[in-house]
Design a protein around this ligand. Structure first.
Ligand code: ZN
Length: 309
């Protein structure tokens, strides 16, 4: 069934009938709790906290840009079939937000990043919209892991003690990771701590770990890039003697390469650093296929790219 038709039928007749139809027409493969989520970061947190009790289905694979992702026909079926749906919220899943919010009428659905107290969130260039890239501050991701734990425990109280224990162990690992990032960034000379990237995903990282962050594009990759943006960033790079620009795994390198060429035309050499994982984890071969490995990879790439060459 096409998504548009599904939504239209839901509006006309009430979606509960269709969710019931899809749930009863699907064969459950096992008795594990079926949790459907959006991004790879979230899937990783659910796997760690859920352990053997949970089967995780992630809708967005490695390298997929969540700002631009549109729900597919199969996604609606997976969402309807879930015991629990977890997504980021804060408009990260820009084009899926309505579908996800509507799902809550039929399946328990939680926007886990919206559990973070508002005063800890960063405002964005859009009024009333917060920057959704909270996972780059490990202390904020700890709060999200807690929200995942609570959502699992509530829907599956029989295994709540296990979810609490898994989350507790993971908290310790994340606190150690936070200390690692703080230590290696603090060891860099302050004048080298300027991170220039394709889109503005690293503001939380910069604020938490002491880097100035400059991006070509705003917090969503949906916005257009103007010639003015390219000229302004080019001037910034030349004036601040920036040596490295960073690519992002979920975004085309075209725009950053255009900036690099404009900088070279102004007589300053800037290199392209290794890829950062901003809005998705990497695949199994990337060395950034879990949240912990992604943060370590990004930190090591940033330190390597910004040090004196
Ligand atoms: Zn983003």
């Amino acid at each position: 069934m096409r998504l548009s038709i599904f939504i239209m039928l839901c509006a006309l007749f009430g979606g509960a009938l269709f969710v019931y139809y899809m749930r009863t027409n699907s064969v459950r493969s096992d008795t594990k709790l079926q949790v459907v989520c959006t991004t790879s970061m979230l899937a990783d947190a659910i796997r760690v906290v859920g352990g053997e009790h949970v089967a995780v289905v992630q809708l967005m694979g490695p390298g997929v840009d969540p700002h631009l992702y549109r729900a597919r026909e199969g996604d609606v079926r997976r969402l309807a079939h879930a015991d629990l749906v977890l997504y980021h919220g804060l408009h990260l899943e820009g084009r899926m937000t309505d579908v996800l919010a509507a799902m809550n009428q039929y399946v328990p659905t939680v926007a886990v990043c919206e559990c973070i107290p508002k005063e800890l969130l960063r405002e964005s260039e859009f009024e009333g919209v917060y920057d959704p890239h909270v996972w780059h501050d490990i202390t904020l991701w700890l709060l999200v892991v807690t929200a995942v734990r609570d959502a699992l425990a509530q829907i599956d109280p029989e295994h709540a003690a296990d979810y609490i224990m898994h989350a507790q162990h993971y908290h310790e690992e994340l606190k150690a990771l936070d200390a690692y990032v703080k230590t290696v960034i603090a060891a860099m000379p302050p004048e080298q701590r300027i991170l220039v990237t394709a889109h503005d995903a690293f503001a939380y990282y910069g604020a938490a770990y002491g880097l100035e962050v400059v991006a070509l594009q705003g917090i969503s990759t949906e916005s257009d890039i103007s010639m003015r943006d390219v000229i302004d960033l080019t001037s910034y790079i030349v004036n601040h003697h920036i040596k490295t620009l960073f690519l992002e795994s979920s975004i085309s390198s075209r725009n950053i390469e255009a900036v690099q060429q404009a900088v070279h035309a102004r007589g300053w050499h800037v290199q392209l650093g290794d890829e950062l994982y901003s809005d998705a984890l990497g695949d199994a071969a990337s060395g950034a296929d879990t949240y912990v490995r992604m943060i370590k990879h990004n930190t090591d790439v940033i330190v390597q790219g910004l040090k004196d060459l």
